[in-house]
Design a protein around this ligand. Structure first.
Ligand code: ATP
Ligand code: MG
Length: 140
């Protein structure tokens, strides 16, 4: 299996509860390496752009409001089959459905305040990484 990259966000519910390190530890334990990381306050326009694929969904407005409600940590993760590896350690979108030991089972507050985002395909990972990082900010 090839070493690939994916994009992760530690969401405002997790930064608010000082869980940046705890979440990152779970990612690292799962075999992912943090090759870029920065804590940012997303603007309304950035959040709307990032989640544009969801703009027709009923929760879009609330999702954008939540994502700008506090700082987030955007990260590039590297590892073997990184997209799937990250989705596996994140757990299901709704923490009620998430498997034991996953980040969302351990830390998420609700389906919306679910602590992490992870790219759902290699194609989207490349788009999302480029949305937040310049190539020289990623050091593998
Ligand atoms: P993410 O894209 O954040 O990694 P995901 O791929 O598991 O999560 P998506 O279906 O892409 O889930 O939804 C994006 C985000 O929108 C979810 O992480 C969650 O914060 C929010 N969301 C999804 N479904 C709902 C819902 N029914 N009600 C409120 N918020 C939701
Ligand atoms: Mg998604």
């Amino acid at each position: 299996m090839a070493v690939t990259r994916t994009f992760s966000i530690i969401k405002p519910d997790a930064t608010r509860r000082n869980l940046t390190g705890a979440v990152t530890a779970k990612l690292e334990e799962a075999g992912l390496r943090v090759v870029a990381s920065k804590r940012i306050q997303m603007s309304q326009a950035q959040a709307e752009g990032f989640y544009a694929v969801h703009k027709e969904r009923p929760f879009f407005g609330e999702l954008v409001s939540f994502m700008v409600s506090g700082p987030v940590v955007v990260q590039v993760l590297e590892g073997e089959d990184a997209v799937k590896r990250n989705r596996d350690i994140m757990g299901a979108t709704n923490p009620k459905d998430a498997a034991d030991g996953t980040i969302r089972k351990l830390f998420a507050e609700s389906i919306e305040a679910n602590s992490v985002h992870g790219s759902d395909s290699e194609e989207n990972a490349a788009i999302e990484i480029a949305f937040f990082f310049k190539p020289e900010e990623i050091v593998g």
